[in-house]
Design a protein around this ligand. Structure first.
Ligand code: NAD
Ligand code: MG
Length: 478
């Protein structure tokens, strides 16, 4: 039962200019593929075809790597850090200037609410470029030696959940350190990366410093296995991460992997419960739960479990699901039919294994890919919905009695990307943070990102850090 109705407030799609088909961005120009084919990309909220993009073939990838190598050996490596920084500042400012267009395009291509692409994704993209622009002429003071050298050509493969933000996380530190890149966006979300290609052109970035090749897994595999790349950076599933780790073993390539997660969001009995409810909602329903660090396991202290769950369910009935371009929308579309199938399958297994499933009354649009916010109670640690990454708007609730039990349950996962702690006690926050095996621990907040703060995982969540001073190391020969 929504608290009150809003009139629709849709952002206008007329600000974006989507071409009927795109080429590849190689050597500073949009070029036709040599051996690539074309495939359609759809709007997940409507299933309408948006455009046709290239699935780059081996020769296309080869050309992109050659262009990146030529730029690395040529203009880019002769620039001072200060001049590289100027380009990065320019990219950051153009992202800001074109922020509305980029936000609308991201929502159309990905299905995420405009409120999020406008207020979270795109501002963080600009912040990332600004932040690493600042490092470009200060690498000697970053703690990696007096004159740290770049690696060369970076092959970067990114997922569909934060398309432009993941691009920024990859490209900004690579360029700041003096590398050149070939980036492959995910097959379902190529459009903002292609818009970024236009931004590179607009910024007069030297040709070949950034190359964008679209395509699916096969293009990604060809790129990371290419002998001409010096560095591989991947964000995506643990399964593909494993394949990549195997394929680069025994080569000179330096590699960073940002993989999945199954984060615990731990609520103690002394936590401000209303605030915790907001944090839980943000933790798992932000971006339809398509977040590697999502708080997908709620661990709540038994004595406050009933009260917290009642508050959470009340709050969930007020969430608005629907048109991603509507400024009132909280929950947008699931990114693809494939991902929707996976969420449905794991949710059905949750029921079969005996957990209790609940969703607020919520009407799903007829076309497009949709899944209602869902809460499972009565979940035990052995249930698949407590162990596997669902990557959707699905929360599994478990309880605990003591802090020690909370730590044991939180760490009982093959992943280790993030965690949340809700308590009024500062000492308990520190006690928990020391024991949680997670790259990021949020206290009385969740899903907060900042370019100055390193991000990355333990165990099967991957290795290496992105963001902050730590994020420079992945792109330097140290
Ligand atoms: P994926 O790992 O298959 O895809 C991520 C990227 O890797 C895409 O660009 C894809 O084209 C590319 N890719 C696929 N196979 C490749 C290969 N063999 N070599 C090189 N690149 C390859 O992820 P997905 O299939 O889109 O999603 C599956 C699951 O992965 C999700 O359900 C979720 O659990 C997880 N996931 C995690 C993240 C994250 O941010 N950590 C992001 C997306 C997906
Ligand atoms: Mg896949």
């Amino acid at each position: 039962m929504p608290t009150f109705d809003y009139a629709p407030a849709p952002e206008s799609p007329s600000i974006v200019d989507i071409q009927p088909s795109y080429g590849l961005f190689i050597g500073g120009e949009m070029v036709e593929p040599v051996d690539g084919t074309r495939f359609k990309t759809v709007n997940p909220a409507t299933e309408e075809v948006l455009s046709e993009v290239v699935a780059a073939g081996p020769e296309d990838v080869d050309r992109a790597v050659a262009a990146a190598r030529a730029a690395y050996d040529g203009a880019w490596s002769r620039l001072s850090g200060r001049d590289r920084g100027k380009y990065l500042y320019r990219l950051a400012r153009i992202v800001q200037e074109r922020s509305r267009e980029l936000a609308v395009l991201e929502s159309i291509d990905n299905g995420k609410p405009i409120r999020e692409s406008r207020d979270v994704d795109v501002p963080l993209v600009a912040a990332h470029f600004f932040y690493y622009a600042g490092w470009a002429d200060k690498l000697a003071y970053a703690g990696f030696g007096a004159d740290p050298r770049p690696l060369g050509v970076a092959a970067q493969v990114i997922p569909w959940n934060f398309p432009l933000l993941m691009l920024a996380w990859k490209i900004a530190p690579a360029l700041a350190c003096g590398n050149t890149v070939v980036l492959k966006p995910a097959e379902t979300t190529p459009l903002t990366a292609l818009a970024f290609a236009d931004i590179c052109r607009q910024a007069d970035l030297p040709p070949g410093v950034v190359n964008i090749v679209t395509g699916a897994g096969e293009t990604g595999r060809t790129l990371v296995e290419h002998r001409g790349v010096d560095k591989v950076a991947f964000t995506g599933s643990t399964e593909v991460g494993r394949q990549i780790a195997r394929s680069v073993a025994g080569t000179r390539k330096k590699v960073t992997l940002e993989l999945g997660g199954k984060a615990a969001n731990v609520v103690f009995d002394d936590a401000p419960l209303d605030q915790a409810v907001e944090g839980i909602v943000n933790g798992i329903f932000f971006n339809q739960g398509h977040v590697c660090c999502a708080g997908s396991r709620l661990l709540v202290q038994e004595s406050v479990a009933d009260e917290l769950l009642a508050g959470l369910k009340r709050r969930l009935t007020t969430l608005r699901l629907g048109d991603p371009l509507d400024k009132n929308t909280d929950i947008g579309a699931i990114n693809s039919a494939e991902q929707l199938d996976k969420i449905r399958m794991l949710s059905e297994i949750g029921e079969t294994e005996g957990a209790e499933r609940w969703s607020p009354p919520c009407e799903l649009p007829e076309r497009g890919f949709w899944f209602p916010p869902t809460v499972f109670t009565g979940v035990s640690q052995s249930h698949r919905i407590a162990r596997e990454e669902i990557f959707g708007p699905v929360l599994s609730v478990l309880t605990f009695r003591t802090p020690t039990e909370a730590v044991e349950k939180a760490n009982n996962t093959p992943y280790g990307l993030s965690a949340g702690v809700w308590t009024e006690k500062g000492s308990r926050i520190l006690w928990m943070a020391q024991r949680l095996r997670a790259g990021v621990v949020w206290a009385n907040t969740f899903n907060r990102f900042d370019p100055t703060s390193p991000f990355g995982g333990y165990k099967e969540s991957g290795y290496g850090r992105e963001g902050g001073r730590h994020g420079l190391e992945a792109y330097l020969d140290v």
